[in-house]
Design a protein around this ligand. Sequence first.
Ligand code: PAF
Length: 283
Amino acid sequence: MNIFKNKTDLIAHMDSLKSEKKTIGFVPTMGALHQGHVSLVAKGLQDNDFVVVSIFVNPTQFDNQDDLEKYPRTLDTDAALLEEISKDRIVIYAPTVDDIYGSNIASTHFTYDGLEHEMEGRFRVGHFDGVGTIVKRLFEIIRPDKAYFGEKDFQQLMIVKKLIEKHRIPVDIIGCAIHREKDGLAMSSRNVRLKPKYRLAAPFVYKTLNTAKEKFGTKSAKKVTEWVETQFAKHDLLTLEYFIIADVKTLKAVKRKSNKNKYRAFIAVYADDIRLIDNIALN
Ligand code: PAF
């Protein structure tokens, strides 16, 4: 397994793959890999000759220092998991902060036609500047043909599509379905940090999304939102940060439903100090 810790070596390796006309898939991650990541890598291997997996906990996209410090870092286990999938067609890029940022650990400001002001952008100030900065830098280093992003971070997926359109980065962005635990909890690297009683409570998030979806068939977005807020107000362990039913194109909260538009419900919840996000297609 090829593991690169610095971009100079990786760029040279990518140059040689490109000169052999190999196609490159890219799966950006922050490590602590789970089956959701594995499915992105598997899709990448189906579509391309090689897949680069980046493993980098990007400091500039964290709005909470504690979350950054406690984010799981499990490079050896991650590398072993990837090695089980393929020994010779996966390349790992696990840079240091210095390799990416040098002495200036800061993000660039990006605009994404307003997508950045909704939901995660509103509640995690600067988050999408950090995501834009790292994803653009990784695209420049790796120069993939296709890049794979999970729909759990649906807003991030939309923002990355906007980023490549605005900056004319020649890569196909492939969105992949959310992977869930058997009890419905969306897979996330942060899940390993949930204390047992919060882990047991967490599937309530997806259960509520499903009931919200059913209700959306007959009720207004406002009524469904109020219902969800009430469910969480009664819950002892989970604290709702936001629940929004939004138009999938603009990500703006829906005021009046129209059969012509597609909607999705988005949710962010705190289980103790762990922030969980999830979403579901409504129509
Ligand atoms: O989704 C993630 O894990 C991160 O936001 C990403 C895309 C790897 C950028 O750091």
